[in-house]
Write a protein that binds this ligand. Structure first.
Ligand SMILES: [Zn+2]
Length: 284
């Protein structure tokens, strides 16, 4: 397998979920062994912020990267699309401190990247292969990796809500670009109406609405169009995990399993793996 980038540059626009601000987004091809790197085009000197786990400094409502005072927020859905399409090298230019939310899933990013075209490069792809169990826990939540010659994700959530109870709290995905595009990329983020009101009072989720999130009242879904998958909620949690885990710096060869995990615990798992070189090896 060879490394991949995109064939040509492509630009789009959207709004930040938390800031509500308009942001211009451009994808540019990058050379081999470059990795995925964000660039803040609105800041003096247009600083670069690489997509690596050690730069995650805030996981309150989303995954946020910061380097030398330059931040890029809510990166997980785009990184999920990049991982899903097996892209290794990319420059992501953004004109604000937060990525656009698009439709709340990774589908728009997938569309843009496919429109730009995926290009195979000349150098072999590198993978991070997990060699033994690595597990992190927080109260009753946990996330872990075990060795696997491939990449699978298994996720369970536990929301006591009628709309979620009846649609399934558990899902799995065997990662291939095809499975990612068809079974995961359209799963939208979700939130509870009572939390969203509180977030808005605190100047968060200002760009959030029924076009970019599934919104739940105490007993039902507010979105008229309904769900895109029966188990869209847990699928979105897997979509988030794919993005958060991509920050490990390489595509994975591993089995990921999690119970009620989120951005914080996913990042803790990434850091736990990298903290001990015995946990993994880099292979071609
Ligand atoms: Zn998400």
């Amino acid at each position: 397998m060879k490394q991949k980038t995109i064939k040509s540059a492509i630009t789009s626009k959207g709004i930040g979920l938390h800031s509500g601000k308009e942001v211009t987004l451009s994808f540019l091809p990058a050379p081999v062994n470059h990795g995925v790197v964000f660039q803040r085009t609105d800041m003096p000197n247009q600083p670069f912020v690489p997509a690596i786990g050690e730069l995650v400094h805030d996981t309150m409502m989303s995954s946020n990267l910061t380097k030398d005072g330059a931040s890029v927020g809510t990166v997980e859905h785009l990184l999920s699309a990049i991982a899903g399409l097996e892209i290794d090298n990319l420059i992501v230019q953004v004109s604000a401190a937060e990525m656009p939310i698009m439709d709340g899933s990774a589908a728009e990013f997938v569309k843009l990247l496919l429109k730009a075209g995926i290009e195979e490069q000349t150098t072999n792809k590198k993978y991070l292969r997990i060699k033994k169990l690595v597990r992190v826990e927080e109260a009753d939540k946990w996330a872990q990796f075990t060795p696997l010659d491939g990449y699978e994700l298994h996720f369970e959530i536990d929301f006591n809500h009628p709309a979620i109870n009846k649609t399934g709290q558990k899902a799995s995905l065997v990662m291939t670009p095809e499975n990612y595009i068809n079974q995961l990329s359209q799963a939208r983020t979700f939130g509870f109406l009572k939390d969203i009101e509180l977030l808005k009072q605190n100047n968060l989720a200002l760009g959030g609405n029924l076009d970019n999130a599934i919104v739940l009242t105490d007993d039902e879904i507010m979105n008229k169009e309904g769900l895109r998958f029966d188990d869209e909620f847990v699928r979105h949690k897997i979509l988030d995990a794919v993005g958060d885990l991509f920050l490990i710096g390489y595509p994975l060869k591993a089995k990921f399993e999690a119970y009620k995990s989120g951005h914080g615990l996913n990042n803790k798992l990434v850091r736990a793996v990298l903290a001990d070189p015995d946990n993994y090896e880099i292979i071609e």
